[in-house]
Ligand binder design. Structure first.
Ligand code: ATP
Length: 479
């Protein structure tokens, strides 16, 4: 797995998916850039999410709010006081760790078969976490003789709290947001007044969030600058409605992931024991990343926690008015990390295959509608009469689809490169094309080839790469 993970990281860079940010100056820890194919794949994932939310659900609208946020928003939301992680430093390695994760990993490694011992240690950890008894957590680390995974040192500092928000130093009272949801709550009255929408309704948003993560060593999984795709669904404030919509979104979000066909066995639901400070119910959709099952998306019932807090801090009413009644709606939130989603797709579709002739090919078996390039067009040989014709086909197609023209290597190498970036179809222009107006179409997964008429190319790309069918499947599951 370590080998695969290393392969994934170097592949991502070599093929223009992910670059370390500011690499020429040494790079920034846990910050990455998306290259030419990375940004296309990321945009296609966004499109799938955005259209599933705001197009397929007629009662979900979109918005795009600011990243810079007033301190009062975070006072109200509780993030200023409660968005903290525990932190412990190793004095010798100078590395920072989350003590709870150190203990959990230690237990997993040493007592996975001794359930009694495992549960005893973990219950003590969770009890002390709840009580904020950091001295006891430190004592536990010492008793278990947990050492730094990096250099084996047991020379630990005391444990302290660490707020994960980025404050902007030179501008008074502004923070970079650590989640996108709050500006939706702050805009509640604007949204209500500018729409004819009634509960239940949702507001969807895709945007950057920032967290000063302590342990950020797993490529795109834990970043300090990342993107979230979040949706807040406002419902009537009744327990039955809360259960109904919480279960609906749990089912719907899992369905959305399963439709990608990355493998049913790659997903697990995990019910939260330690809920976030704003949540009444919470479940994670976990994904089998190369380093194990980890959270991909969270679904929470936030009830009216946020609207209530913003009413107190802003002294403005944030309510639904119905006849003579007015009330604060409950909220079910779905929150998916776009970069984690990207990593889940990339890591589960990338592989090396042995070919019949003994060579390897790198292949990215992306769902076709997510592929960065939908089709590539080549001349069989780089001779003027063929390349002119291939270029004309490319120029006609580029208005409708993201396509590539390439003539810089032999046809075998051109196919290999497109396989490696996940292009579903390659069209080759050869001497027969001049007489018959047909080209060879070659399919990524089967490598099968057939001849089709030039006029049928566009339809073929549409048939294979359109997002329509998957959106139809999502639509057929709406209550
Ligand atoms: P974790 O427990 O892994 O830290 P979280 O429970 O803090 O995640 P949420 O606050 O529920 O995460 O955020 C919603 C989603 O945003 C997560 O499911 C994840 O996909 C994404 N996310 C959160 N933090 C990060 C991060 N540092 N880097 C990349 N994605 C993140």
């Amino acid at each position: 797995m370590k080998n695969f993970f290393d392969f994934l990281v170097s592949y991502s860079k070599r093929y223009g998916f992910i670059f370390p940010s500011n690499e020429i100056y040494g790079g920034i820890n846990a910050v990455y850039d998306y290259g030419q194919y990375g940004v296309e794949l990321k945009n296609n994932i966004k499109k799938y999410w955005w259209e599933s939310m705001t197009q397929v659900h007629e009662n979900i609208i979109g918005m795009d709010s600011s990243i810079l946020t007033d301190i009062n928003v975070w006072k109200a939301s509780g993030h200023l006081k409660k968005f903290n992680e525990l932190l412990i430093d190793n004095k010798d390695s100078k590395k920072r760790y989350r003590p709870d994760i150190l203990i959990e990993n230690y237990v997993k490694k040493n007592f996975s078969k001794n359930l009694e011992k495992k549960n005893k240690i973990l219950s003590r950890l969770y009890y002390s976490l709840n009580k904020k008894d950091f001295l006891d957590i430190k004592k536990l680390i010492n008793q278990l003789q947990i050492s730094d995974p990096d250099n084996g040192s047991k020379n630990w500092t005391n444990i302290h709290f660490f707020n994960m928000m980025f404050k902007i130093k030179y501008i008074e009272n502004l923070f970079l947001r650590p989640e996108t949801a709050q500006n939706i709550y702050c805009n509640f009255n604007n949204i209500k007044k500018s729409n004819r929408i009634n509960i239940p309704f949702g507001v969807a948003q895709i945007g950057k969030s920032f967290r000063n993560e302590i342990v950020a060593r797993q490529f795109l999984f834990r970043l300090r600058e990342f993107e979230q795709m979040e949706m807040q669904f406002f419902i009537s404030p009744k327990k039955e409605e809360e259960n109904k919509w919480y279960n609906y979104w749990k089912k719907m979000r899992l369905k959305w992931h399963l439709e990608l066909n990355l493998g049913k066995d790659k997903y697990k639901l995990y019910n939260h024991q330690n809920l976030a400070h704003y949540a009444n119910l919470g479940v994670d959709i976990q994904f089998k990343f190369p380093f194990g099952f980890k959270e991909l998306e969270g679904i929470h019932s936030r009830r009216d926690f946020d609207l209530k807090q913003h009413e107190v801090f802003s002294k403005k009413k944030l309510r639904i008015v119905e006849n003579k009644n007015n009330y604060r709606p409950y909220v079910i939130e779905t929150s998916l990390g776009l970069d984690r989603m990207f990593l889940s797709v990339l890591s589960s579709t990338l592989s090396k295959e042995k070919l019949e002739n003994g060579n390897d090919r790198i292949i990215l078996k992306l769902p076709f509608y997510l592929s960065p390039v939908k089709a590539a067009i080549f001349p069989l040989v780089n001779k003027n009469e063929l390349s002119k014709l291939a270029k004309k086909i490319f120029n006609d197609l580029k208005i409708e689809y993201k396509v590539e023209y390439d003539s810089k290597s032999s046809i075998g190498k051109l196919y290999r490169r497109q396989d490696a970036i996940g292009t579903p179809l390659c069209f080759t222009v050869d001497y027969e094309t001049i007489n018959t107006n047909t080209v060879t179409v070659r399919y990524r997964d089967s490598m099968k080839q057939e001849r089709i008429h030039i006029k049928k190319i566009s339809k073929k790309i549409e048939e294979i790469t359109s997002m329509k069918n998957i959106l139809k499947n999502i639509s057929s599951n709406i209550d």
